[in-house]
Design a protein around this ligand. Sequence first.
Ligand SMILES: NC(=O)c1ccc[n+]([C@@H]2O[C@H](COP(=O)([O-])OP(=O)(O)OC[C@H]3O[C@@H](n4cnc5c(N)ncnc54)[C@H](O)[C@@H]3O)[C@@H](O)[C@H]2O)c1
Length: 445
Amino acid sequence: MDGMELKNLIEDGRARIAVVGLGYVGLPLAALFAKKGFTVTGIDIRPETVEMVNSGRAPISEDGLDALVEDVVREGRLCATLDGVDAVKASHVVIVVVQTPIHEDKSPDLSVLESALETVSKGLGKGHLVVIESTIPPGTTREVIVPLLEASGLEAGRDFFLAYTPERAIPTRTLREIQTNSRIIGGINRESARLAESLYSRLTTGDIMTGDIPTVEVVKVIENTFRDVNIALANEIALFCEGVGVDALKAIEMANKHPRGVNLHMPGPGVGGHCIPKDPYFLIGKARELGMELRVITAARRLNESMPQHILDKIEESLNSIGKSLEESKVAVLGVAYKGNTDDTRSTPSEEVVRTLMRLSSEVFSHDPLVSQDFGGKFSNDIREAVEGADCVVIMTDHDEYRQMDLKELQKHLKQPCVIVDGRRILDPEEVRDLGLGYTGVGYQ
Ligand SMILES: NC(=O)c1ccc[n+]([C@@H]2O[C@H](COP(=O)([O-])OP(=O)(O)OC[C@H]3O[C@@H](n4cnc5c(N)ncnc54)[C@H](O)[C@@H]3O)[C@@H](O)[C@H]2O)c1
């Protein structure tokens, strides 16, 4: 098939799409393409994911996803399979969106991507369009992706089309954002970029900007690096404000009124998820290969990685301030997900806080309304059980349930005295103190 035929298939919705990886990005993406009228096969290596999707259910929590998956599976537009090679063979377009984590030493771990590409390569045929959506370090397409796909005996750009369009959607708003966000697309050649543009213009109402793949590879990682550095600056300002006795949130709110682009993010207990904590390392690692040190970016990462320890220090100090020691206290940790209203615990700062508290032999009881993840300690989905008899309550996640909790009701379960460490600054300090509870938070003395 040539590019024109594929373009026609895409434009009239007859192109069959295979999505490799049905995770936080892949499943919403597959379901949305199906909703737009395409026939989509989702490929995953987890049998339980494939089984759930085929029964019309979503294995992850994302607003609106359950209903959408149920719809498109019932309509016969989406199915899932473990058999990647056959599904690729039967498709015109293959989108790869598997996880791309980092190793313990912070170097990129591309083993999952490589294994997914080996599968794609075995099913690859002439005229296929392969689109990579996973976030990758600069240079990966040329150094890793093209050689693995060309193991098929086909040549990228001549026998099959290849494009890179990194995902920008944010968990909790994934479905909406995939359909409205602007997109950047890099192609191995112009025709590949144009085909991918044609495909994604059926999905999003946002602007689409095309370019070459090396540029798009850099853009994706600098976007998340920008956010990481911004958060690090907000965290550093928060630490400073704690020192001088100024409320950092108020200071940031006022600074953000500046007419020339001051847009500080929020300070917090650390940065989690499968994007911001690792994408800057893709840039740092590549720079090292080139003999360069990215000093600002590296310092920002270190600062953000030190925030869970700052929370631990605040827990200890605030307990001491009410005459208690960490060793003899019960600490309730509210939230193990890395972000409010999601069940995603990847790289969550709560893990370090919970594990360290356990080592320091205090009693730790964590809670989350959306996910059960105990990190080896006591855990409950029932907030009353978690806070019962607590000397300290730490808020690690900005779930709506915590924003809306009835503090008077909560207080009935706490020891007296008790202190709240608000890692997300979602409570009103005065309201908490008026109840006779101690209060401290990130960026607040
Ligand atoms: N989560 C986000 O919000 C987000 C946002 C933007 C970009 N990204 C990027 O998107 C990519 C995917 O992230 P995610 O959060 O969806 O990851 P995820 O871990 O939720 O999903 C990956 C899925 O791929 C499956 N998988 C692994 N190997 C496979 C293989 N060989 N064949 C088929 N399936 C396989 C896994 O079982 C899993 O279901 C990453 O590169 C990430 O950096 C994620």
